[in-house]
Design a protein around this ligand. Structure first.
Ligand SMILES: [Fe+2]
Length: 317
């Protein structure tokens, strides 16, 4: 039994709905939705150059609305990539992700043609990146350097829609829950695996142990719009606060199954020099490792987000 979608999505006369809300208007940039659930392809923008105010405002509007924005044919230097990323906020290194070509504030996702799929942390399920940090990433800006001929897409699931389609009873339960996320044991766990099964992790970093574990709300609230989304996924998940690990895993497995529904998804087909920005707060994602004996090499920056707000923060303000 699912509840009715958020009333704003069903208003009459508000035009076509996409990503759960009426389609916005764009005048300066071309915007083509990728699916009905999230994601759009933007045209008419050259990311090698600084963006004028109006273009930037429309790019941000597309990001807020579609959560995943895609640009084709963006042959950027690392400095141009970082410059564009900083429009979204301050960029950061990550403790676990390998750095790119000596740039501590860029990461790479690389699978060589001979390597097995587990070498990159694609995880078994849709996930959000680095939720164990106090301020998990707002967004990731990722560009393709080399892609397989077929496959190797990245899929996204709109976490607002996942939440909005739950029953009121389940929403009320989740609204009061918090999650313990921890990245403390990923190196120890990796070291125990057979060499051919190990993830490629960063070998050293300056983060303290305390910085690798934090508690966040299971339902995340957008700091400006107040819109709510599911913020509980398996990667780095320990338990719900006040629940046993066994109880936590059972509920989490159900929540994870909701994110799999195809009608919440879009899928990005990479080409060389495709650049995407995804909202890491309100979408879940996963790489699709359906390719073999081909190289896939992506480079990315990570933009710091706000400390996640939950429904109780909304009531206090
Ligand atoms: Fe990821």
């Amino acid at each position: 039994m699912v509840s009715q979608p958020n009333p704003v999505t069903t208003e009459r006369g508000s035009g076509p709905i996409v990503a759960g809300l009426p389609m916005p208007e764009f005048h300066r940039i071309g915007v083509k939705p990728i699916s009905g659930a999230c994601g759009c392809e933007i045209s008419g923008v050259d990311l090698r150059r600084p963006l004028d105010d109006e273009t930037l405002a429309e790019v941000m509007k597309a990001f807020e609305h579609f959560l995943v924005i895609l640009f084709r044919d963006q042959d950027l230097t690392p400095e141009q990539h970082k410059h564009f990323s900083r429009y979204f906020g301050e960029i950061t290194e990550l403790p676990q992700a390998p750095i790119y070509d000596g740039h501590r504030d860029m990461q790479e996702v690389r699978r060589e043609a001979h390597e097995p799929e587990n070498v990159v942390p694609s995880f078994e399920h849709f996930h959000t990146d680095s939720p164990f940090l106090l301020q998990p990433p707002k967004c990731v800006v990722m560009r393709a350097l080399e892609v397989p001929q077929w496959g190797g897409d990245t899929a996204f699931s709109n976490a607002y829609l996942v939440y909005e389609h739950m029953s009121d009873g389940l929403k009320a339960l989740l609204d009061g829950l918090q999650v313990v996320y921890s990245g403390k044991d990923i190196w120890a766990k990796n070291a125990k695996l057979a060499p051919e099964k190990r993830l490629r992790l960063r070998e050293s970093h300056d983060f303290t142990e305390d910085e690798l574990e934090n508690i966040h709300p299971a339902v995340r609230v957008h700091p400006v719009t107040g819109r709510k989304a599911l913020f509980a996924t398996t990667a780095y998940f320990k338990r719900f606060v006040g629940w046993s690990e066994e109880e936590s895993r059972a509920l989490l497995a159900y929540l994870q199954s909701l994110a799999q529904h195809l009608h919440y998804h879009c899928r990005v087909k990479w080409k060389k020099d495709t650049l995407i920005v995804w909202d890491n707060r309100f979408t879940l994602h996963r790489g699709v490792h359906d390719f073999q004996y081909e190289r896939r090499h992506l480079v990315r920056t990570t933009v710091i987000g706000e400390r996640p707000l939950g429904p109780s923060d909304l009531m206090r303000s």
